[in-house]
Design a protein around this ligand. Structure first.
Ligand code: OGA
Ligand code: MN
Length: 199
């Protein structure tokens, strides 16, 4: 198994989250960032909803575009293949059966945030691992925009900056997290590895 996946599995085991820096070859991350921008300029993004699809910019201010199987460029297909390798490794390590992956591009305008939340829905707990790939070149800590994960000890948190090429993975049901506002537009691909619904 790739060393970075082994490390990620150790980290998820210990703390319910982990990262893989440079998840894809850099040129592919660039192609994904360009694809995101092209589609956003083309007006394909929509303000993200919460709950029953209400727009609540006081809760989350990003705009998203879900990936559609009929409309994938090669770099998106390669991303799916890499996530699939990760999915198989997670299944083996945790004796689970993650079956599908769904994801969207996300764009946070300057000042937008996403309040503290869990990714797993009360009505549907099929989301098991959240995976976020960041598409921002040369991100500086002074620009803000960290993903703040609340450690399972409930006392401390860790800030992860949305650095180009970094993949963050976390347990969707247990990891409380929020996106802090940034001084710069913040781009990512947010997705979920899912198992069959248990209830
Ligand atoms: C989400 C989310 C985190 C991030 O979309 O649910 O928490 O760092 N995103 O973009
Ligand atoms: Mn989230």
């Amino acid at each position: 198994m790739q060393a970075n996946i082994t490390q990620l599995i150790e980290d998820i085991t210990a703390q319910d989250w982990g990262i893989i820096p440079d998840f894809l070859p850099a040129h592919l991350t660039h192609v994904l960032a360009q694809d995101l921008l092209r589609r956003q300029v083309a007006g394909e993004f929509k303000p993200a909803g919460v709950g029953k699809a209400q727009i609540r910019t006081d809760i989350r201010g990003d705009a998203t575009l879900w990936w559609q199987d009929a409309d994938l460029i090669d770099a998106q297909k390669t991303y799916y293949q890499n996530i699939n390798t990760l999915r198989e490794a997670l299944n083996e390590a945790f004796f689970i059966s993650l079956q599908t992956f769904e994801c969207h591009y996300a764009s946070y305008p300057i000042g937008a945030f996403y309040q503290r939340h869990l990714d797993s829905f009360r009505q549907n707990n099929s989301r098991f691992i959240s995976c976020i790939l960041y598409l921002n070149t040369d991100w500086q800590a002074s620009e803000g925009g960290a993903l703040r994960v609340y450690n399972t000890d409930n006392e401390t948190h860790t800030d992860i900056f949305p650095t180009f090429g970094t993949l963050v993975c976390m347990r969707s049901e247990t990891m409380w997290h929020e996106v802090l506002p940034a001084h710069r537009t913040r781009y990512s691909i947010t997705g979920w590895l899912r198992r069959q619904e248990i209830f």
